[in-house]
Design a protein around this ligand. Structure first.
Ligand code: NAI
Ligand code: X15
Length: 361
């Protein structure tokens, strides 16, 4: 059993802890948190040993009645690997703690790439990371994960001459009332490219990709408008088939009448998903259009959860000899990733109906 510590128990950390607990080959050694708030109480109720991430906050946990199992050093010592899910920039400060105990660690996409020896996305470079000696590995951000999951198979199947994506970024997570904008549409960043294209190149180094970002007053999901110039011509139906074959891509069928992220979140909740999570890229089947070698589609990315299965796979890549496909299947099975192939999706892929609109339409 791999003992996994989770440092930082917020949006990503709580999901990673639950995902680890669901794996047959892993257990949660404990979680570390700075503040004894409702999330710390929830961690305790779930049976995760709660550690005070900062020694000077320990009394606050005692005062709040949240039992403290130890400090961060204790957690690192008890863990075979730590998944650092602290806010952007804190992970880089924590690397010295993990190194002091010779404990491997994962970091999140808010950190700069140089926080780690390698960046990771299971679909893009699991094998390279597993074959390397990297013990400090960064799982790329939610948006970069979403782009890598579709660009890797498109590059393998058709070749990617150039990918371009405009990312409509959610302003903050639903639990972040202090984020914005409230009533604006912000080029974010205003400079081009946004960091996402270069970030894709940390896991797919040879892929030509440029990205632009816009932040909007929404919290549910990001939405990507993707244009890929392929190296070979392809039918829209064939591209739909290629994406259907990806276990972490959900081809949203037209007859589901999913208008946007609000419907997708409702879809996930109706399916009984924990926290209404959507671990998969959600690609609108009807949006897939090809004009010559130019491919277009829309996808929605659930920022709170798409990196969660990637973290689980990264744990195996760093700590075990498990092969990529085996890990992905195991992670998917334990979490319940995949909505299954719908008849409608199969039909769209087979006869191109709804997926044949040209870019000029
Ligand atoms: N929320 C999102 O949409 C996504 C976030 N990420 C990345 O994941 C990382 C974590 O982000 P979130 O979970 O959204 O942040 P968050 O703010 O929801 O959670 C961070 C947690 O760490 C705790 N914390 C703060 N300082 C700490 C410290 N010194 N030691 C231990 N814990 C500390 C906070 O109390 C909080 O519980 C960031 O690098 C972020 O960029 C990646 C993909 C998506
Ligand atoms: O941490 C995240 O967003 P945030 O920094 O806006 O909270 C998400 O991973 C999205 O990040 P990205 O837009 O840099 O891919």
């Amino acid at each position: 059993m791999l003992r996994v510590g989770v440092n930082g128990y917020g949006t990503i950390g709580k999901r990673v802890a639950d995902a680890v607990a669901a794996q047959p080959d892993m257990e949660v050694a404990g979680v570390a948190k700075t503040t004894p708030n409702f999330e710390a109480e929830a961690a305790h109720r779930r049976g995760y040993p709660v550690h005070a991430a900062r020694e000077d906050r320990r009394d606050a946990f005692d005062d709040a009645g949240v039992p403290v199992a130890g400090d961060l050093d204790d957690l690192v010592v008890e863990s075979d690997i730590v998944v650092d899910c602290t806010p952007a920039g804190i992970g880089a400060e924590n690397r010295a703690v993990y190194e002091r105990h010779d404990t491997p660690a994962l970091y999140q996409g808010g950190e700069d790439a140089d926080v780690a020896d390698a960046s990771f996305n299971a679909r893009a470079n699991y094998d390279e990371v597993a074959a390397s000696d990297a013990e400090h590995v960064r799982v790329v951000s939610c948006n970069t994960t979403g782009l890598s999951r579709v660009l890797a198979p498109l590059d393998e199947q058709y070749g990617v001459e150039k990918a371009r994506a405009t990312l409509v970024r959610r302003g903050g997570d639903p639990s972040q009332p202090d984020r914005g904008p409230i009533n604006d549409i912000l080029p974010d960043p205003v400079t081009v490219p946004s960091h996402h294209g270069p970030d894709v190149n940390t896991v797919l180094p040879d892929l030509a990709v440029d990205t632009m970002g816009v932040t909007v007053p929404a919290t549910l999901m990001h939405l990507h408008s993707v244009n890929v110039t392929l190296e070979t011509e392809a039918e829209a139906a064939a591209v739909a088939e290629t994406l259907t074959d990806e276990s972490r891509v959900f081809l949203v069928p037209g007859d589901a009448r999913v208008a946007g992220p609000a419907h997708l979140k409702e879809y996930a909740q109706d399916a009984g998903r924990p926290r209404g999570d959507l671990w998969e890229n959600c690609v609108w089947a009807e949006s897939i259009a090809v004009e010559g070698r130019d491919l277009y589609f829309f996808q929605a990315i659930h920022q709170e959860s798409d990196v969660v299965p990637e973290n689980v796979d990264a744990i195996r890549a760093v700590c075990t000899d498990t092969e990529a496909a085996e890990s992905v299947v195991e992670t998917n099975r334990a979490l319940g990733v995949g909505f299954g192939e719908s008849e409608e999706t199969r039909r769209v892929a087979a006869d191109g109906e709804g997926a044949t609109a040209s870019a000029d339409d």
